[in-house]
Ligand binder design. Structure first.
Ligand code: CO8
Length: 260
């Protein structure tokens, strides 16, 4: 597959995608989002791929958000279609049943920050920064920022970022539990590889069930969420991965999970 806006590579169990518009700070346009959906098709379809790693091309940006130059030209209806494409894409990423890591290598602004929030985990370079500047553009974060950020960091900090539009450093994002880890630029790749290896060694069945329990459960009452957890765990208990996991423990060896 030839992509115009992405660089896509499969390395073992990991599918890596690089947002590749460095001259526009890897801003999201229609073409990029459409191509990203093709990557999600591959991610969803191929049982050998267990993890999606997303980063930005170049030194400066993970992604500076929606392409403002493209947005300027859009009618209200076209804007609505673009909003809906981004929302559907990010929600699909979040609920696809396999984990994703945003490797935030520079600025993550607006829709770029929101893309990272739709990923399961965020690994930031120490030079990364995060912000939702839509309030300075007469818009609001339309790719889930008003919903995902408060759920991750809490309402107080989320409102601070949403209402001021200011940028925060990777270190502050870590303190606020927005990113999982901060790495120096020269150790970023090693850090990503270590997280990837750890996750890819684990049971894909467990991961799928955990992701559903956390995502769906967060919208339910405690009683309903616990019932969901019970059902998902019971489903997992009937999998080959569970049989392999238990057998490996008893035989004092490492499990080899097939994700079935
Ligand atoms: N869209 C299009 N082009 C961009 C964007 C962007 N979001 N960000 C940067 N660029 C372009 C610049 O225009 C410039 O291009 P050119 O060289 O042709 O003038 C090039 O990238 C380099 O940018 P700068 O010269 O500004 O580089 P700096 O290092 O000085 O600054 C920044 C980098 C801080 C990233 C700065 O460019 C900036 O603030 N960019 C805008 C960030 C922003 O406001 N993002 C939010 C966009 S809105 C959004 O994401 C909403 C998402 C959901 C709603 C969708 C609605 C339909």
């Amino acid at each position: 597959m030839n992509y115009s806006y992405l660089i896509v590579q499969e390395e073992g169990s990991v599918l890596s995608v690089v947002l590749n518009r460095p001259k526009a700070m890897n801003a999201l346009n229609n073409g990029l989002l459409s191509e990203f959906n093709l990557v999600l098709d591959q991610f969803e379809r191929d049982p050998g791929i267990r993890l999606l790693v997303i980063t930005g091309e170049g030194e400066k940006a993970f992604c500076a958000g929606a392409d403002i130059k493209e947005l300027v030209e859009l009618s209200a209806l076209e804007m609505k279609a673009f909003l809906s494409l981004g929302q559907r894409t990010f929600r699909r990423l979040e609920t696809i049943g396999k984990p994703s890591i945003a490797v935030v290598n520079g600025v993550a602004l607006g829709g770029g920050f929101e893309l990272s929030l739709a990923c399961s985990l965020r690994i930031a370079s120490e030079t990364a920064s995060f912000g939702l500047p839509e309030v300075r553009l007469g818009m609001i974060p339309g790719y889930g920022g008003t919903q995902r950020l408060p759920r991750i960091t809490g309402k107080g900090k989320a409102l601070e970022l949403l209402l001021t539009g200011k940028r925060i450093s990777a270190e502050e994002a870590y303190q606020e539990r927005i990113v999982n880890v901060v790495a120096a630029r020269d150790t970023l790749q090693t850090e990503v590889e270590q997280w990837s290896e750890t996750i890819c060694r684990n049971s894909p069945v467990s991961i799928r069930m955990i992701m559903e329990a956390v995502d769906v459960g967060s919208h339910l009452s405690m009683d309903n969420a616990l019932a969901l957890e019970t059902n998902l765990d019971a489903l997992a208990a009937d999998s080959n991965d569970k049989r392999e996991g238990f057998a490996a423990f008893l035989e004092k060896r490492n499990p080899i999970f097939e994700g079935k």
